[in-house]
Structure formats: structure tokens, C-alpha cells
Design a protein around this ligand. Structure first.
Ligand SMILES: [Zn+2]
Length: 112
């Protein structure tokens, strides 16, 4: 079976207000990374543990070098978006990448 699906980067969200995980009822604070299962604000958000993504770390935007390297090394990655009450739209916050990949990228960025 030939698959020609365009590879779209999956998205996670940084909470813009406190919430609870729909899976384990964990209380989550503003800024925590969650996955959402529909597009409605505040509905059915899941913590990274419930989504089995807790091996991933947050890489904030701003360091192009580290970002490029982390993208190269991380097998899985998610775009982190956050709702901006100021702009009324989602803003890109950074990437969620494998912790190992991030550590390696940071190390290489310093050394090179
Ligand atoms: Zn949970």
C-alpha cells in the first residue's frame, strides 16, 4: 500500500488556564503541556503521562541552532502551541522533543 500522506507535525498545547487531565484527573497549571482530543477550548485535555509522552521535553523557541539539532535527533516531535488572549490566536511556543535528543542538541550547540 503506497502512502503519500503529507507528514504533518502533530501539535500539543501549553495550557492558557489551569485544567484537569481527562484521563487521570491530575491538576494542571498554566503552561503545562497537554494533548487535546478535540478543538474546543478546555475540553478533554490529557497530560503527557496519559498520552505516553512524558519522555519528551520542552524546547522553547528562540535558539535556532539547538532547534535544528534537536529536530535532527528526535524521532518524535510535537509543535507546542499556546492560546494568546492578547492576539486571539494560537502562538507557537516551541517544540516537544525527546529528552535525549534535546540534551545532545544542547551539548553540540555549545561545543560547535
Ligand atoms: Zn493524565
Amino acid at each position: 500500500m503506497a502512502t503519500s500522506d503529507r507528514k504533518k507535525e502533530p501539535v500539543v498545547y501549553a495550557l492558557s488556564r489551569p485544567s484537569r487531565c481527562y484521563g487521570c484527573d491530575k491538576r494542571m497549571l498554566v503552561g503545562e503541556i497537554v494533548r487535546r482530543c478535540d478543538n474546543d477550548e478546555d475540553k478533554e485535555v490529557y497530560c503527557l503521562k496519559c498520552q505516553k509522552l512524558d519522555h519528551l521535553s520542552v524546547l522553547p523557541t528562540g535558539n535556532a541552532k539547538v532547534t535544528r539539532l534537536a529536530k535532527k535527533y528526535s524521532q518524535s516531535r510535537f509543535l507546542i502551541m499556546k492560546w494568546s488572549d492578547t492576539w486571539k490566536c494560537y502562538e507557537r511556543q516551541g517544540l516537544l522533543v525527546e529528552a535525549d535528543a534535546l540534551a545532545r542538541a544542547r551539548k553540540e550547540a555549545i561545543e560547535s
